[in-house]
Design a protein around this ligand. Structure first.
Ligand code: PLP
Length: 329
């Protein structure tokens, strides 16, 4: 299966068109005057393999049929967007999928696991200890016995995925050319982060002289500059100077983890409702809602230089609402 075939089978025309369009939201008064906010609608890339999941999985799917006839073995928490997307990709591309799930049992009343199971994914619940072993040493533990299976790391964070995510930045720059964006003014691309893989790709593809990639981690501990730098493809043997340049291209924005990973935080939910009412764009509860809340807070505080262009990447994850409602009502 070539990249083109992957594209033809999964991008109905409408999705190709809409993901090119970015909506604009211009403030006209106060500290935010003259700042344009755009949303890069990657949530529209595919109905079931949304946002950064499509970006990360597409290159893997393109090669896997030839290299690993057994299918994909991957890992995730019980509400993982990644597990749901891999299962959906398995259904669409006719690839067997196996999900190692953190938890005592695979609870099929959980909407994410139920959807993965309906899509044909075989689910293997494991203890936290076993899960952590698989997460850190999955390839080493599983591959020798099951060489015909592709071991896809948690969150789909592979070198191929980082490379694929560079296209997000490239598309944004070419889309901004179609707007009246002045390229002498700063450009900020904002992205939520779990593993940092999507962000690393965007940093690699970020070519503006003025501005930065702003990375909003959803965890309050353990995510730092090195988390991102480690993800750059080691096989490309980047020089120290290149790594220093990559590091200058991004900042990690703290303070918007809002209670921690996947935690309910009422101000975030209020923000999501207001944002949707004003823009028609639904954010997901775990990643994009917190990033967007952060962007609006930064706009209100005057953190962006006048005349900046701010582009928020909507990385999808909307399936997460079903599980979120189940947990929190
Ligand atoms: C909707 C959504 N946005 C952002 C992320 C974070 O992506 P990454 O792990 O590449 O940092 C994830 C997790 O994969 C996600 O599901």
């Amino acid at each position: 299966m070539t990249d083109d075939e992957v594209g033809q089978r999964t991008f109905p025309r409408a999705f190709r068109r809409t993901h090119i369009a970015i909506g604009s939201h211009r403030r006209t008064s106060g500290k935010e005057a003259g700042i344009s906010l755009f949303v890069k609608r990657d949530d529209l890339l595919h109905p079931d393999i949304q946002g950064n999941k499509w970006r990360k999985l597409a290159p893997v799917l393109a090669k896997i049929k030839k290299t690993h006839p057994g299918g994909i073995i991957t890992f995730g928490g019980p509400f993982s967007n990644h597990l749901q997307a891999v299962a959906a990709a398995g259904r669409v591309f006719d690839i067997p999928t196996f999900g190692i799930v953190r938890g005592k049992h695979a609870d099929l009343s959980n909407p994410t696991l139920r959807s993965a199971w309906h899509d044909g994914m075989m689910l293997f619940p494991v203890s936290k200890q076993e899960y952590d072993d698989c997460k850190h040493r999955g390839e080493e533990l599983i591959s020798p016995e099951f060489p015909q299976y592709y071991i896809l790391p948690e969150g789909g964070a592979t070198n191929l995925a980082v490379e694929s995510c560079t296209a997000i930045a490239q598309e944004i720059f070419s889309q901004l050319k179609q707007t009246k964006t002045q390229h002498s003014k700063p450009i900020f691309i904002c992205v939520p982060a779990g593993t940092g893989c999507t962000a690393a790709g965007i940093v690699d593809g970020f070519k503006a002289k003025n501005g930065q990639v702003l990375i909003f981690p959803v965890v309050n501990k353990g995510f730092d500059t090195q988390t991102v730098l480690r993800l750059f493809d080691e096989t490309r043997l980047r020089s120290q100077a290149k790594m220093a340049e990559l590091e200058r291209r991004f900042s990690i924005i703290r303070d918007y983890e809002c209670g921690g990973f996947a935690k309910k935080h009422p101000p975030v939910l209020d923000f999501v409702r207001t944002f949707e009412a004003q823009t028609g764009i639904l954010l997901d509860p775990v990643y994009t809602a917190k990033m967007m809340l952060g962007i609006f807070d930064m706009l209100a505080k005057g953190d962006f230089p006048p005349g900046s262009t701010v582009v928020a990447v909507h990385t999808g994850g909307l399936q997460g609402w079903a599980g979120f409602r189940e947990r929190y009502g």
